[in-house]
Design a protein around this ligand. Sequence first.
Ligand code: ATP
Ligand code: MG
Length: 240
Amino acid sequence: ATEISGLNKWYGSFHVLKDIDLTVAAGSRIVICGPSGSGKSTLIRCINGLETYQGGSIALGGVKLGDNAKETTLARRDTGMVFQSFNLFPHLTVLSNCTLALRRVLKMSRRQAEDIALHYLEKVRIPEQAKKYPAQLSGGQQQRVAIARALCLSPRLMLFDEPTSALDPEMIKEVLDVMVSLASEGMTMLCVTHEMGFAREVADQVIFMDQGRIVEQARPDIFFGAPSHARAQQFLEKIL
Ligand code: ATP
Ligand code: MG
């Protein structure tokens, strides 16, 4: 499980995350939503060790981030991250994007790394694009490569930060379909998304953030049926 306890973060004097408590149990799927600037990306980035924080703790599989450099590095390797902007390496082929960490970090042979990469490229349904460069792919295809690349390291937790919001409508579904299959295979997922259809179908908990706080956490049927917090109601009225 991933356990976040009393997390507080400031950017200078701006209090961006306030007393965040959140447990992501193995196999659970949590969707985070909330207005722009509420701290969703910052929270996700703290969990992946991309941001520091000033109070509280984050533990990945029992290992507290920051306690011990070597253990922190290993724990971080257990989380895969997918960004809104794909973040593929433009000068590397799709296949090399996927094999890079396997070869550099895990010191695998080219053959072994490519076998794993192709397995995940098949899972995201684009093995035929392996030899292309990111710029030669559609946004939806690039995002599926980014998912495959994250999966190559066999993460125990997948973090998604608005993976479909940079995509044209017709490509959103192909990415969501991949995420739905991942969920059905039991992947633990923490997703920032405003795709409420996905949240209803896949999430076991929906979290609503506002001004740096988790103000509501509920099962999707309850959250969408009758959110208890006024800010969540207003938010849903706007996006649904
Ligand atoms: P969005 O829906 O627009 O992606 P978000 O909920 O992901 O919003 P964050 O990106 O986490 O919000 O940002 C939370 C707040 O922290 C915002 O007010 C933002 O301006 C501020 N912020 C984010 N990054 C920094 C930074 N590096 N330095 C200072 N302030 C920052
Ligand atoms: Mg964000």
